[in-house]
Design a protein around this ligand. Structure first.
Ligand code: NAD
Ligand code: TDX
Length: 329
């Protein structure tokens, strides 16, 4: 069972599972919020795939779905920092209360859980800090989004210790690739250019994110499901640190525009400066390694996906830019 399986990473994960695990059945459990899209799951094998459209906060429906599965991979979340600054409540509700509901269902029916989290729970690093986030780094979240994800991780840890549920956690860095909502940095810039506008860089643009292709995140999760030790936390990252300005310049170059053809817009309040992941535990203990080590190439194929799929993003684009206009970003 994959909660949030109609979203960006969840739908990529479902596709990978159905391709690579011929004996597995997948039930996507997703409320189809503004971020979930049924068409992300178009064309999947109807014999091995089903969709339950429901909220993780609805304990009855959730219990019925969990009772019928072996493993829950829990992606469902409110996932966008800018939204969390404008309207924090859905983040508290889905990310904290919703994860509590998932944990109670897991406890009741004795199932295995893998909880999907983020590197943002660790706060941010200075640009010149030689250390990276590791599994023993102290939690220090900054935004309503990251603090609710940190809270959800704490609940999972407590349920592991107090109730001996069978669970693992992964904290991954910034993903990019096909099917990412256009509210997020990379698809927003690609689609701004495709609509004849300039990319939008927040503040000074020196902020660093540690980019990983979504398929590498998904293969990391599968590795943890196959070989991960119960009760453990694994960090997933592919050594992809780039400043936001560098990424915008690369997108412009790949789309045949001058590298300085972008605008600077208002900064995000409380904007984290830098994230960086040390994924040694996953690499050395479980033998995982990323496939997409050439960021420029991964970005090129991502740009091609957005060029080839305007009907997928046009409607969400209009709504998203109305939201950004209100925020002055
Ligand atoms: P997304 O916003 O694209 O998808 C979230 C999905 O969850 C959507 O399909 C939505 O309909 C569903 N959902 C939201 N609230 C729900 C609810 N109450 N009940 C049921 N379904 C609900 O998000 P994403 O980028 O695919 O992120 C997935 C997970 O990965 C999240 O937990 C996020 O914190 C984590 N993560 C994301 C990144 C990243 O770079 N995008 C990096 C690390 C970790
Ligand atoms: O238009 C923009 N211009 C800009 O400069 C947008 C949308 C963003 N930015 C900056 C803000 C960040 O420094 O780009 C960086 C990346 O922004 P987002 O795509 O919003 O990602 P981030 O806030 O880093 O969080 C992401 O990574 C960790 C995901 O959205 C989270 O779900 C994940 O947990």
């Amino acid at each position: 069972m994959v909660t949030g399986g109609a979203g960006f990473i969840g739908s990529n994960f479902v596709r990978m599972v159905l391709d690579e695990r011929p004996g597995w059945q997948v039930n996507v459990y997703d409320a189809l919020t503004y971020a979930g899209n049924k068409t992300n799951l178009d064309g999947l094998d109807g014999q091995r795939f089903s969709l339950t459209q429901a909220d993780i906060c609805d304990q009855r429906t959730l219990d019925a779905a969990v009772r019928n599965c072996d493993i829950v991979v829990h992606f469902a979340a409110e996932s966008h920092n800018d939204n969390s600054l404008a309207f924090p409540w859905p983040f508290v509700n889905t990310n904290i209360v919703g994860t509590f509901r998932v944990l109670e269902a897991i406890r009741r029916y004795g199932k295995r859980l893998h909880h999907i989290s983020t590197d943002e729970v660790y706060g941010d690093l200075e640009l010149d800090d030689p250390t990276k986030f590791a599994p023993d780094t102290a939690y220090n979240p900054s935004s309503p989004y990251s603090s609710t994800k940190a809270s959800s991780d704490m609940l999972v840890r407590a349920w592991i210790r107090s109730f001996s549920i069978q669970a693992t956690i992964s904290n991954c860095s910034n993903n990019y690739g096909p099917y990412q909502h256009v509210e997020k940095f990379i698809p927003r810039q690609i689609t701004e250019i495709l609509e004849g506008r300039k990319p939008k860089l927040y503040g000074h643009g020196k902020n660093i994110r540690d980019w990983i292709h979504v398929e590498d995140h998904c293969s990391g999760i599968l590795t943890i499901l196959d070989k991960g030790r119960l009760g453990e936390t694994y960090l997933i990252g592919a050594d992809g640190e780039k400043s936001n300005q560098e990424v915008i310049e690369l997108i412009l170059e790949l789309m045949g525009k001058p590298r300085d053809d972008f605008e600077r817009v208002n900064d995000r309040p409380g904007h984290d400066l830098r994230y960086a992941i040390n994924a040694d535990k996953l690499k050395h203990e479980l033998g995982w390694k990323p496939k997409y080590t050439d960021f420029k190439q991964g970005l090129k194929t991502t740009i091609e996906w957005y060029i080839n799929n305007p009907s997928w993003w046009k409607l969400q684009k209009t709504k998203t830019e109305v939201k950004y206009q209100r925020l002055g970003r």
